[in-house]
Design a protein around this ligand. Structure first.
Ligand SMILES: Nc1nc2c(ncn2[C@@H]2O[C@H](COP(=O)(O)OP(=O)(O)OP(=O)(O)O)[C@@H](O)[C@H]2O)c(=O)[nH]1
Length: 603
């Protein structure tokens, strides 16, 4: 164990995390120059385009240090967005150290701060690295003082490097060996290995990436997953280099994979503990009695309806969701019927980004044409008859007369920002019905603690936070409780017909304002039809806002004179193409954007 170092890389987008990881892998002999051309660690196309790493991956490196000893360095990749903060905390907890990569020409950026605090909270040793030193505008002194002021760790020994030219790479490897502690844990104890990540492979089933904390696992051992209380046989073990390399066993301190014939990703939950089951005398000593700390059951936070634009595409949407779910345990879905949209699915996501990713993959990889309804959180409703129900779909909230109380989810939010943005961030949090709990200083960095309704956060809080702080503020949040709140359902009516898929839930104090804004936005979005279209918003039977889209006076073809067939055809084709992502509701054509009007309302 003395020769093992487990570390991850914390970096702001574009500061060079992937380039540095590839450089370390290359230096340790894992990659040829040709492979180096392709960045390896970000494997999904989508991730590349968005620049975020969604699936944690790993590489076991062998490094011969200046002391002549060979070390086994395990790089564990971490995802980088607030929706995935639980995964981040699990992958960081599998490490003893983390490289904090800061672009020396840019200085510290907000996104890294929250992850850095997570690492420090977990007792992970943070080693600052100043990247992009080859750039003429690199300013290492400034970057160092920002690390000290903003993050509050000593940056005297920050390592200057260039992932691009290779400068400083050996110094980083030496620092990993010298400054990051070797893993602790009991090699003789009962096996406890934490699932850092898991994914589905169509050939071998579920692959679990684990960090062995105590004990030892050998090929063929029977294992138990403690949270789900299921048992399997560990029929393949190995490490990633970053390609997979089979091993007969995994020892305490190591990071590697287990393949155990698991068919369903839900069985191998991130953060769960793997232990051993053995038969015979003294067998009990191999089975851990206590799981590793930190496991959490991940619940979807945001729900939205996904509907095919064409009714006959329902089966293919279901197949696509099924396939996506194979590799995304946090995606939930169940069939749902909407009067307006027909058959579709109510889906649960970790957050808005996760929702966007799923939607995009369905469209791109599975060729689905979708209508997505506005995202909503889950509400707890106490009905007049004493029943308590959970409601994930605004249109399913019972009529007002049948409700005693609606409780909305409240989260505790930590907001991190440089001092000068405290004012605007507080204003934003107050606007969103936040209650301030605390304010703490870390150097020039401030941490505000608030309680906020999750419903306000999922709408646009993150984007607003970024815009009021010029990108410098960051946040993380955890669920606290359901709390009674004066929220109401606002229905939207098109030509007098209630459209269930357009219902939203808002706080009563904002209902007038938001209803008016949504209706006005929809008037802009829905194009003129052959007849007048009335858009109304109502709470129960009370209409609280109204707009009218005036009928088109001429039809499209009237614009074409005489018999210019080709022009007519072009126009019609254009209309047809424009029909995509539209839904006929009653006699009104409603485009996708109209369903998301609530997201576009400015405060
Ligand atoms: N000049 C210079 N450019 C670098 C260096 N390291 C990385 N880059 C460039 O910076 C950009 C971002 O690098 P990435 O490695 O993709 O950054 P990342 O942090 O992994 O970004 P994401 O994958 O988007 O999170 C790329 O265009 C790299 O070529 C460096 O040391 N010097």
């Amino acid at each position: 164990m003395n020769h093992i170092r487990n570390f991850s890389i914390i970096a702001h987008i574009d500061h060079g995390k992937s380039t540095l990881a590839d450089r370390l892998i290359q230096r340790c002999g894992g990659l040829s120059d040709r492979e180096m051309e392709e960045q390896v660690l970000d494997s999904m196309d989508l991730e590349k385009e968005r620049g975020i790493t969604i699936k944690a991956q790993t590489a076991a490196l062998h490094y011969k240090a200046r002391d002549g000893q060979v070390y086994n360095l395990n790089l564990i990749d971490t995802p980088g967005h607030v929706d995935f903060s639980y995964e981040v905390s699990r992958s960081l907890s599998a490490c003893e150290g983390a490289l904090l990569v800061v672009d020396a020409s840019q200085g510290v950026e907000a996104q890294t701060v929250a992850n850095c605090y997570t690492a420090l909270d977990l007792g992970v040793e943070v080693v600052p690295v100043l990247n992009k030193m080859d750039l003429p505008q690199a300013d290492p002194e400034n970057a160092k003082s920002e690390i000290e002021d903003v993050i509050g760790i000593d940056a005297t020994d920050a390592i200057p490097c260039s992932a691009k030219t290779g400068m400083g790479i050996d110094d980083i490897l030496e620092a990993i060996v010298a400054r990051i502690p070797a893993p602790r844990g009991n090699p003789e104890g009962a096996l406890r290995a934490m699932i850092v990540d898991s994914w589905f492979d169509s050939y071998v089933g579920v692959v679990m990436l684990v960090r062995v904390v105590d004990g030892r696992l050998a090929k063929g051992d029977r294992i138990k997953l403690m949270a789900t209380d299921t048992t399997y046989e560990a029929n393949q073990l190995g490490v990633f280099t970053p390609g997979n390399e089979p091993r007969p066993s995994l020892e305490a301190g190591e990071v590697g994979y287990i393949i155990a014939g698991i068919k369903e990703l839900q069985a191998a939950k991130v953060g769960d503990t793997v232990t051993l089951i053995k038969q015979g005398s003294g067998a009990a000593a191999f089975t851990a009695t206590e799981a590793l700390p930190g496991f959490k059951e991940i619940q979807p936070q945001v729900f939205a309806g996904l509907y095919p634009t064409e009714a006959n595409q329902y089966d293919s949407l279901r197949d696509a969701l099924e396939k996506l779910k194979l590799n995304d345990a946090s995606l939930h879905y169940e069939p749902e019927v909407s009067q307006a949209l027909g058959f579709g699915f109510r889906c649960g996501f970790l957050g808005l980004l996760h929702m966007e990713i799923v939607q995009e993959r369905l469209e791109r990889e599975f060729d689905q044409d979708l209508i997505t309804t506005a995202p909503s959180v889950v509400y707890e409703v106490l009905k007049a008859d004493g029943d308590v129900i959970m409601v994930e779909n605004p249109s399913k909230i019972p009529d007002q007369g049948k409700i005693t109380e609606i409780r909305e989810p409240i989260v505790t939010v930590h907001l991190y920002m440089p001092q000068e943005y405290v004012g605007p961030v507080m204003t934003l949090a107050n606007q969103k019905r936040g209650v301030q709990l605390n304010m703490a200083y870390h150097g020039k960095q401030v941490m505000l603690t608030y309680e906020l309704p999750l419903g306000e956060i999922v709408l646009d809080f993150f984007d607003k936070l970024k815009s009021v702080s010029r990108g410098y503020a960051s946040m993380d949040y955890t669920f606290k409780e359901f709390r009674p709140s004066d929220v109401v359902k606002v229905d939207i009516l098109l030509n007098g017909e209630k459209v269930d898929a357009l219902s939203i839930i808002v706080h009563r104090s904002q209902s007038q304002y938001r209803a008016r804004a949504v209706v006005a936005k929809m008037r802009e979005i829905i194009s003129r039809q052959m007849f007048d279209v009335a858009i109304q918003a109502a709470i129960g039977a009370n209409i609280i806002a109204r707009e009218t889209i005036k009928a088109l006076r001429k039809n499209v073809l009237a614009k074409c004179y005489g018999g210019d067939i080709s022009r007519k055809r072009k126009l019609l084709e254009k209309q047809k193409a424009g029909k995509k992502r539209m839904k006929q509701i009653g006699s009104v054509e409603v485009p996708q954007e109209a369903f998301l009007a609530i997201l576009q309302v400015e405060e």
